[in-house]
Design a protein around this ligand. Structure first.
Ligand code: SF4
Length: 370
């Protein structure tokens, strides 16, 4: 199985109120970060004899790293890892960060998939989400990326905002689809512990959607995207054609080996998982940035694969399911209710099942905990 390389770029202009990711607003560490990422690549690369066919610059805000810096990391990967000639290189970008020249440079360097953090096509939504850009800047950024030669652009959208009805979400989605993105990641707004958004909701500044409303928005989102030609292949991910599916994300969902570089990045290979220091200061100063590791048993791996696989339309190969899962009455009841099905040697959730995938996975997982 080919491997994937993830590079965590932890810098952001500010912290958005809904975000719980490991980020920093101190960009004075940028040069140190690049040096430490390349050093880590040299340190760990030899443990991965596989061919790498994806590189993913995620964050944080990778578009805050200068293209030169991204280029030097790609060069180091090409030099020190075995890299496939048709590698997918994704970079997450926020509208407003990249000039036409930056976009052209990144494309030249081999970045061939741009993930644009649009989030909404409405200024009130963007301001509620404390995003830095306007709807117009989002649109301009998309068009500039196309003009720079990006033939594979995915956009991120957030729905389920409080006090927005379904028609308003439909309008936002419609305006985003007018840009003709190749791929859409649509996420329901969540209220992660510790975030300002959670605090504001809990003290009554606004009322979040009910579970029923969330379920309805999820189903409508899938329906509207499908009507526009975007096939769902994971709970939050939709592709205009199979070739636009995120090759990199499939690695996580199907248990492929991956090497994660940068603060808080996780890696996985041969049943072993390890992770780095989360604080940028600690990451850049460490001789070896690994903070911890664990070995997973065969049963734990199968269980994790089940949690991830149930979120995708491919599901899980029957031979990779947790032992005995298919014989359990709970599993049978999901099959009987039409929430799950067996197709071509795989166990997967149907459309109706995917709407409640996390609940089904937790239920089946509870029944099979190793
Ligand atoms: S830009 Fe993205 S990663 Fe940074 S704080 Fe906002 S949501 Fe989080």
């Amino acid at each position: 199985m080919n491997a994937g390389l993830y590079v965590h770029v932890p810098f952001c202009r500010h912290r958005c109120h809904f975000c719980a990711f490991m980020i920093t607003t101190h960009r004075d560490f940028l040069a140190d970060w690049e040096r430490a990422v390349i050093a880590e690549l040299l340190l760990r690369g030899s443990a991965f004899p596989e061919t790498f066919d994806t590189i993913y610059f995620g964050g944080g805000t990778p578009s805050l790293a200068p293209p030169d810096s991204i280029g030097r990391i790609i060069d180091a990967a090409r030099k020190h890892l075995t890299v496939s000639p048709d590698i997918e290189i994704t970079l997450e970008a926020n509208p407003g960060d990249l000039t036409a020249r930056d976009l052209g440079e990144l494309h030249e360097l081999g970045v061939n998939r741009l993930s644009l953090g649009l989030q909404s096509t409405n200024d009130d939504d963007l301001s509620f989400l404390t995003r830095h850009h306007s709807a117009k800047e989002g649109r301009d950024a998309f068009l500039a990326a196309r003009a720079a030669g990006f033939a594979n652009i995915t956009i991120d959208l957030i729905y389920g905002l409080p006090h927005r009805n379904r028609e308003e979400w439909r309008d936002r989605l419609g305006a985003a689809l007018e840009l003709e993105p190749d791929h859409v990641s649509a996420y329901q707004l969540t209220y992660e512990p510790g975030t300002p958004m959670r605090r504001f909701r809990d003290k009554g500044d606004f009322t979040s959607l009910t579970i029923e409303e969330e379920g309805e928005r999820f189903a409508l989102t899938r329906r509207w995207l499908a009507e526009a030609g975007y096939a769902p292949y994971e709970i939050s991910n939709f592709a205009l054609e199979p070739r636009f599916e995120s090759r990199h994300n499939w690695k996580y969902w199907e248990g492929a080996p991956y090497l994660g570089l940068g603060p808080a990045a996780h890696s996985f290979r041969d049943g072993r998982r390890w992770w780095n220091h989360g604080a940028v200061r600690n990451y850049v100063r460490a001789v070896d940035p690994k903070k911890g590791e664990e070995s997973l048993t065969e049963a734990q791996i199968r269980l994790e694969m089940m949690f991830l696989g149930l979120r995708t339309v491919r599901g899980i190969r029957i031979e990779n399911l947790p032992e005995g899962l298919l014989d359990r009455p709970r599993t049978q009841s999901y099959l009987d209710q039409g929430l799950a099905e067996m197709v071509e040697g795989r166990f997967r959730l149907t459309s109706r099942g995917l709407a409640v995938a996390d609940g089904i996975a937790a239920d089946l997982g509870g029944a099979t905990t190793p």
